[in-house]
Design a protein around this ligand. Structure first.
Ligand code: UT7
Length: 333
């Protein structure tokens, strides 16, 4: 019997501190006008470094809302998939930290996913497979990032682009025969040839951070923006076609495209390549900037809570990130 998979509840957490483009004008040579025109970003949220807003804390708050929306208890969760490039610590994984914070005592599986901006979609698709084969009933999928820690605040090529935040979704088996909610098709992929387009080679086993790296600020994230831009638009459009083909669906039937929020021009170019009505594309990069694995679940949650996304509608989630990783999901909400 085919088991249907439903998004049962979502939640987000946005750190309290907001940094506007005007604030950035004071620390690097840039302008609100340049940032907004070239990226669509107006502001970003930044985590406190005093505690209380670590990636696991953000996920904790967002999960409480998702559990409420799903009408579930923490112990109903059978698996935690925590997508982040900025985990709380190297060890243990942040999924285990979150399991403990949520008071989950059922010993559910807890795994971190390092797939950069595609991490949430990776988690959603992997959980879908496990639910459909009957191995688990409910999974908690998280995208939670504190990118402000890994950004060189003196580098205008990167510091203007990113923000902190968290989005989560609880997905589970849909046992109601009259309920059409289901994941209809999915796609995951990666192309390691583009690994140098967006990387952070210092700080791992190969090259631990030394005082020289800190002096030269070479331990932060580095990105070749133009290269990423080109691959991103092509890949996002390709992904959408793949999941539509796999589900034998037409683009015109899609109610909402929820793309990774890296740059509004990437989103608009992807939309044009696909030929989708711009009114059907969810964009909130102006408020949050690029929060990596968190952009897709934050955008989805906002559109659910403000009433744009309704039950029964067809959603296309589409992501792309460092690695280069990529993934998409076509689902009936
Ligand atoms: O999540 C996935 C990873 N991220 C992405 O996929 C991001 C993809 N890339 C991008 O979003 C864009 O490439 C950027 C926003 C990073 C850059 O936009 P661009 O239109 O590609 O600008 P550019 O790098 O070609 O730079 C154009 C000009 C340059 O000046 P010259 O050489 O024309 O005199 C830059 O030096 O803009 C200058 N510039 C800036 N000026 C003001 C670059 N950054 C800034 C800045 N403020 N922050």
């Amino acid at each position: 019997m085919d088991i249907k998979v439903k998004i049962k509840g979502t939640g987000i957490y946005a750190p309290k501190k907001v940094v506007t483009n005007f604030d950035l004008e004071k620390i690097v040579e840039t302008s609100d006008e340049w940032i907004f025109e070239r990226t669509g970003i107006k502001q970003r949220h930044i985590c406190s470094t005093e505690g209380g807003e670590w990636p696991s804390d953000m996920a904790y708050h967002a999960t409480l809302d998702a559990l409420k929306a799903a009408n579930l208890e923490p112990n109903d969760i059978d698996m935690i998939l925590f997508a982040s490039v900025t985990p709380d610590h190297k060890l243990p994984n942040t999924a285990c930290i979150l399991q403990q914070k949520l008071g989950i005592t059922n010993k559910c599986a807890a795994l971190d996913i390092a797939a950069a901006c595609s991490g949430f979609v990776y988690g959603l698709n992997m959980a879908t497979g496990l639910i459909k084969m009957g191995a688990i009933k409910n999974a908690l999928i998280i995208g939670s990032e504190m990118l402000s820690r890994e950004i060189n605040w003196k580098d205008r090529n990167t510091c203007i682009l990113f923000g902190d935040g968290c989005g989560v979704a609880i997905v589970g088996a849909n046992e109601d025969a009259s309920d059409s909610s289901d994941v209809l098709s999915l796609h995951l992929g990666a192309d390691g040839k583009g690994k140098e387009f967006f990387d952070q080679p210092v700080g791992g086993a190969v090259e631990p951070i030394t005082p020289t790296h800190i002096e030269e600020s070479s331990h932060f994230m580095q990105m070749k923006g133009r290269e990423m831009f080109k691959v991103a638009t092509r890949t996002l459009a390709e992904n959408a076609r793949i999941v539509l083909d796999r589900a034998d669906e037409k683009l015109e039937n899609v109610d909402w495209l929820i793309p990774h929020q890296a740059n509004v021009r990437i989103i608009e170019t992807t939309g044009k390549l696909l030929g989708i009505d711009p009114e059907k594309v969810i964009i909130n990069i102006d408020k949050y900037a690029n929060t990596s694995a968190a952009t897709v679940p934050i955008a989805m949650h906002e559109a659910i809570t403000d009433g744009r996304i309704e039950r029964g509608q067809l959603l296309l989630l589409d992501a792309f990130g460092a690695g280069l990783t990529t993934g998409a999901t076509l689902l009936r909400y």
